[in-house]
Design a protein around this ligand. Structure first.
Ligand SMILES: Cc1cc2nc3c(=O)[nH]c(=O)nc-3n(C[C@H](O)[C@H](O)[C@H](O)COP(=O)(O)OP(=O)(O)OC[C@H]3O[C@@H](n4cnc5c(N)ncnc54)[C@H](O)[C@@H]3O)c2cc1C
Length: 420
């Protein structure tokens, strides 16, 4: 079957690989010069089924007002974005009941766990280089933090297969001696042994390489202008900046831009862009940092070793499609990390840090839209929010299974709900 995948981010590229592996003739269309140049470019690098709890847990919603007025908060709403997020925001709130949050969390865990399992089986047959670590991740908690609330949430996730261990100070230092200067700040940590990390951009290009080796074609520098339908409920072709492309099936994986192309078809996808920042610091051989991802729950700081670099990040900003990089945000992230790793400043040129911003394609429930649409040959694989890389291989497998075998994952999120 001829399949056109729209978008060569981590989600589209992994989907292309899975489809090519199933024997399809795959064409991937992307406006950039290489795969993975937009949101998949410099994300946090965490491959973490343990992060499956959506952002709108009942506790978060209680704290929302305080977060919006706290100048050090990781959440910001740009006033110009307010009109575009009102409807989405109401759906976000309606998904924040205990029951809805839990069902979205379970949907995420299932896709993220399938993703890890799928990735591990790909690694058994193909060598992939993406600065990966497979040493788990650790979240450390300050004394006045919310560790007990978090451990309670971990117990709920454990029922669905997410493994975790609670660590005391001594055990934290056994795993990450680099925290010795600040260990007294922490009351404890939660360690997730199955989590991994790496460079999502390199990974995306590894997926594209494997897909290409199986015959997939990547049409880069090619913008999708319109998804055209015929008089029935079928997609007839896509109009691109380089001419029309026809296929038997189409997969929509345009990240935050998916709703813009779906809307003229009468599909109202509840995805909005939520901007985030990352900072990447070349370490030039310095080995004094963490050996696995460490998240500080007090500073909301994330430190992810990535080869000879350290990736840091955070922040959620509602700013429509604005990807302007505010250097102050990068500096804030860096300053928080320097409080945790004070020795770093003496060994590394912190001025060489690279700032980046990207747009998370967020759904109000926090689970991605993967599956059927009212158009018999149009499939969704989009809206992965803060977990797109973590879920990429899983949702790619679900999409390929659906197109190849007609198999549908019994997922609590049904993309058909979003048809107009
Ligand atoms: C700061 C930050 C940190 C994050 N950290 C993590 C993390 O640690 N772990 C994790 O799992 N996830 C993380 N995420 C989320 C993750 O990066 C995203 O969910 C994921 O990259 C989305 O992938 P995608 O392929 O759907 O979208 P994208 O990577 O944006 O890909 C969409 C593609 O579509 C193309 N495109 C768009 N419109 C058109 C058009 N009209 N025509 C042709 N091509 C088009 C774009 O060029 C792009 O290549 C983070 C995100 C941010 C912003």
């Amino acid at each position: 079957m001829k399949v056109a995948v729209l978008g060569a981010g981590v989600v589209g590229s992994a989907t292309a690989y899975m489809l090519a592996n199933d024997g399809h003739e795959v064409t991937v269309i992307d406006r950039r010069s290489r795969p993975g140049m937009e949101t998949s470019f410099a994300n946090g690098g965490l491959m973490t089924p343990s992060d499956s709890s959506p952002w709108n847990s009942p506790g978060t919603v209680r704290r929302l007002g305080k977060m919006l007025f706290d100048s050090h908060s990781t959440l910001k709403i740009n006033p110009s974005a307010v009109p575009s997020i009102v409807g989405w925001g109401l759906k976000f709130l309606s998904n924040s009941t205990y029951a809805r949050h839990k069902s979205n969390m379970i949907a995420n865990i299932r896709i993220a766990s399938l993703s890890l399992e799928t990735l591990r089986s790909i690694r058994q047959t193909s060598t992939l280089n993406y600065d990966q670590t497979v040493r788990g991740t650790m979240r450390v908690f300050p004394r006045d933090g919310r560790m007990s609330e978090f451990v309670q949430m971990c117990r709920e996730m454990q029922e669905w297969g997410v493994k975790f261990d609670v660590l005391n100070q001594e055990q934290i230092l056994e795993k990450e001696p680099c925290l010795k200067d600040v260990i007294d700040r922490y009351i404890g940590a939660v360690f997730f042994p199955d989590d991994e990390s790496g460079d999502a951009y390199k990974f995306t290009n590894e997926m594209a390489r494997l897909a290409t080796e199986l015959g997939a074609q990547f049409l880069t520098n090619t913008t999708v202008l319109e998804i055209a339908k015929d008089f029935s409920t079928k997609i007839s072709h896509v109009k691109t900046s380089k001419g029309d492309i026809q296929a038997d099936a189409y997969v929509l994986s345009l990240g935050s831009y998916s709703p813009l192309l779906a809307r003229p078809l009468g599909l109202r996808l509840p995805i909005i862009p939520v901007k985030g920042y990352s900072v990447t610091l070349p370490l030039n051989g310095w080995k004094g940092g963490p050996t696995r991802p460490v998240m500080d729950d007090g500073y909301h700081a994330m430190m992810v070793p990535m080869g000879d670099r350290l990736r840091m990040g955070g922040k959620a900003e509602f700013a429509r499609y604005n990807t302007h990089i505010d250097p102050k945000e990068g500096r804030r992230v860096l300053n928080d990390v320097l409080k945790i790793l004070p020795a770093m400043a003496a060994h590394v040129d912190v001025e060489s840090a690279l700032n980046w911003s990207g747009l998370r394609p967020m759904t109000p429930g926090g689970a991605p839209l993967v599956g059927l649409t009212p158009y018999s040959n149009l499939f969704l694989n989009t809206g992965h929010g803060p977990l797109g890389w973590t879920m990429s291989c899983g949702s790619a497998k679900i999409t390929a299974d659906l197109i190849t075998h007609g198999r549908v994952l019994n997922n609590s999120v049904n993309p058909m709900d979003y048809a107009l």
